[in-house]
Design a protein around this ligand. Sequence first.
Ligand code: BES
Ligand code: MG
Ligand code: ZN
Length: 489
Amino acid sequence: MKLSLVAKPSARAVVIYPVYSKEKPHDAAVAKFIQQLEKNKEFEAKSGQLFYKYDGISNLASKVIFVGMGEKKKLDYAAVLDAIASAVKSAKSHKEHTVCIIMDDELGKFGQAVGEAAVLANYNQARQWKTGKSAKTIQEQHIDVLEVTDVKKNSAAHHAIEKGILIAEVKNDLRDWINSPPNIANPEFFDQRAKEAAKASGAKLKILKNKELKKLGCGAILAVNRGSPDDARLIVMDYNPHGAKKDETVALVGKGIIFDSGGYNLKPSGHIEDMQLDKSGAATVIAFARLLKKLNIKRRVIITCAMTENLIGPLAQKPSEIIKSYSGKTIEVTNTDAEGRLVLADAIAYTIKEYKPKYLIDLATLTGACMVALGYRYAGLFGNDKELAEKIRKAGDEINEDLWPMPIHKEHHEQIKGTFADIQNTSTVRYAGASTAAAFLEEFVDKKTKWAHLDIAGPAFTQTPKKYETKGATGFGLRTLVRFMEELG
Ligand code: BES
Ligand code: MG
Ligand code: ZN
């Protein structure tokens, strides 16, 4: 989306005019009009409320959408995202390709949210696949130009809007990657995405496939891979263009299951259909890698993705198998559907051994249990370091991605002790499945590493989208990572 700073809206633009409750708009004609609407209780500038005026007002273009912002002093990031996205979504139906937002000083403080909202509202999950008339309609309703009034060139607001656009464009691509089914977004697809990301940020890239993984002893990811016709991958990016100190490294690890059928513990109908979502964690960290340079991140960042498919077939692993992980720990596979923790076990242990990061954060659509506990809205936030968890939670909170602290108790570790092997990949107890999964991951984290685990099973792929989302992939986590890394410095 192209950003254009304008003195007044161009003739064809659909104008989005934010209005605050109990606040007189600057434009005298608009103020008078709004006052009348308020009197008639037709429009009260409640947050997200829309009012359409398509016969011109003041010196603005003919199509104006007034959008309520609520009270000015209560304005926050979430309110801006919701309100602006609602207005832009509505503006799309006019097929004009240009929207113009009438900015003001208060909204200027939320420039990043404005840019993000405009681009995120543009997303259409069917765009890639529809043909014929539907394809044409989708194309006609695409916004190409975002005009903003009252923003000075090179001002803080200007840069913030641009940054919002940049992040949201990557986020929309990320949504496409996650929504794409396994016949399209296959392991090779992600090799390509990783190559592009590494190139964009000047990161070193390694793609370890079965031969190397065997040599390394990555028995856990290889066990999950056995049902798949494609090689597994550990995709590893090493970003350090500023020569940052190695003991300050941040590692980001993503679960990348191209499709999770459950394996021999096959998922039933009703649970298997959306399982292309199971690569969300890996896709998110690859998308983030694309932004590292543009965001001018100074730290060394390691990005590791554990990619493979969880399928059935004559070679696929069976429940009861005992495998040896990269760390040396043996695992009894009590359930082939608990595959995420297996691939992550090797990815985490390898990343720690090889790069000794100070912080390691993993993102994974790990458990249905986390969705049972927290729904679509919240990601579960686990780990071994309260301070790190709080930093991540706060970063998410600031940009409207919600994470909720969840416990790992030593009992959860007890519950995954193996009968035959060191550990087993499911708990002996039916409850607290998100915590026992996290406890399993912790078995592969050393005490020195500050570790956080984000179980994004709920928010990664939603049936209850926010105003700036659509059903399906949300791109959850990307903006939290951006904010977290910026605040970490
Ligand atoms: N990928 C799933 C978790 C999931 C479920 C993500 C629904 C998003 C929506 C994971 O691999 C899985 O199957 N977990 C099992 C673990 C169980 C066998 C202990 C689950 O949650 O049922
Ligand atoms: Mg599974
Ligand atoms: Zn899975």
